[in-house]
Design a binder for this molecule. Structure first.
Ligand SMILES: Cc1ncc(COP(=O)(O)O)c(C=O)c1O
Length: 426
């Protein structure tokens, strides 16, 4: 059985190498199924997944309630055109409005598309407000170190040159504010700005939180200049921090929030959620999507949100996040190339003084999936259904990874790291 699967894995790798556009650098592993927090490769080997589809698989793999709803809807109608109503968009929009504290929802297929919609909405609002003789405000501010997606609009407000430069010219009017720098924000914000887009916790940027001072200043400036405060919660939202949205630790609400990743439990669905004031700038025909908000994905999203509520997963995210942070702090005391452990709930960054890639490779070898961003920040995005024993399993494996993955020439790891006292978390 296993050898048959191995043969097919070789064929899959060969076909990909021959026929796929070369956009991904993948290790030679083919994952064929998952259950809970574990994935299994074509040879049947088990991996503990602490990437979680880069924040998508919040309920892990093959969650029984998701499987039931997806099967049910697959037998009914997977797609119904947005020319017509389906049973699930209304209830899902209602729930997202309640969760976010905002009013109206537009459904897309991905995070980037949710961002595109939010940018269009902010521009449409500015156009609608401009007097006939006036030039509408069009500038859009974003933060340095941001990541908002790969489509042209989203790319225009994504900071890293490596993502942007091969595709210039991008959408005009985008500018970057220095991260958490209120003076720079004050300098760049004026009556020509129609929106500022902020990740309350930058994910791809290395799990870095926006300060309360910066957020509240952005809120104040957007109010003063009738511009939109857009929270990109595609990675940080829908429970990942232990709150429904990361911005809920601040006093002020945004005008628009974008979501995607975990929303439909692994199926592609994104959305922007807007206050009534901004939402009213879109009238029929101004924006749309063929697939966005189909019945299958919306039913799955309703089920995902119901599971988060009914299983009290936000409390679990907080508890497991605290357990994980505590264990990681102990490791940081042991391996002095760990500069900082940061994050909230189950979005955690382990900032290294050395290159992160060898640790990711070593983790894979030991049956553990982790991610590295910005060359030296190991990022953990495990599912919300994590159990105490999964955290214990992770910490045990991660300790080995740190001990073996560090390059002797650069790393200051002890030759024989002391075993962790993990029994308490079992
Ligand atoms: C904060 C943030 N915004 C936008 C995106 C883009 O989402 P998608 O890849 O679904 O287009 C991502 C993806 O990683 C993200 O983390």
């Amino acid at each position: 059985m296993a050898s048959k699967h191995r043969v097919s894995a070789v064929k899959i790798l060969a076909e990909e190498s021959r026929y796929l556009v070369k956009t991904y650098r993948r290790p030679p592993v083919v994952f064929t199924r998952g259950r809970g927090v574990h994935l299994y490769d074509a040879a049947g080997r088990e991996y503990l997944d602490f990437i979680g589809g880069i924040a998508v698989n919040a309920l892990g793999y093959a969650h029984p309630r998701m499987v039931r709803v997806i099967r049910r809807e697959a037998g009914r109608a997977t797609h119904v055109s947005n020319l017509f109503h389906n049973p699930y968009q209304g209830p899902l929009a209602h729930k997202l409005a309640v969760w976010s504290g905002l009013d109206r929802v537009f459904f897309s297929n991905s995070g980037s598309e949710a961002i595109e919609g939010a940018l269009k909405l902010a521009r449409a609002y500015a156009h609608a407000q401009a007097a006939p003789h006036e030039t509408p405000k069009t500038r859009i501010l974003a933060l340095e170190n941001s990541f908002h997606g790969r489509t042209m609009g989203a790319l225009s407000i994504t900071h890293a040159a490596k993502y942007r430069e091969p595709f210039t010219p991008l959408v005009p009017g985008a500018e970057f504010v220095r991260f958490n720098d209120v003076a720079d924000l004050d300098l760049k914000f004026d009556q020509t700005v129609c929106a500022i887009v902020i990740e309350p916790i930058q994910g791809e940027g290395g799990v870095v939180p926006v300060s309360e001072e910066f957020w509240e200043r952005a809120r104040r400036l957007t109010e003063d200049h009738d511009a939109a405060l857009v929270a990109d919660e595609i990675q940080s939202g829908l429970g990942r921090t232990g709150r429904k949205f990361a911005y809920q630790k601040f006093t002020s609400l945004p005008d628009i929030v974008t979501v995607a990743k975990p929303l439909a439990g692994g199926l592609p669905l994104g959305a922007f959620i807007s206050s009534e004031k901004f939402a009213s700038a879109f009238t029929p025909g101004m924006h749309g999507s063929t697939f966005g908000g189909g019945p299958l994905v919306c039913a799955a999203a309703l089920e995902f949100l119901a599971v988060v509520d009914e299983a009290d997963l936000l409390a679990n995210v907080r508890a497991r996040g605290a357990q994980l942070r505590e264990g990681l702090e102990r490791l940081a005391a042991q391996f002095d190339f760990i500069r900082e452990v940061r994050g909230e709930g189950l979005i955690i960054g382990v900032d290294l003084a050395i290159e992160g890639a060898p640790f990711v490779h070593e983790a894979l070898r030991l049956g553990l999936l982790i991610n590295c961003t910005h060359d030296h920040i190991l990022r953990l995005l495990p599912p919300f259904i994590l159990r105490a024993k999964d955290v214990t399993e992770f910490l045990g494996k991660f300790q080995k990874v740190l001990a073996r993955g560090a390059r002797p020439a650069k790393a200051a790891a002890p030759a024989n790291p002391q075993p962790l006292a993990l029994a308490a978390t079992r």
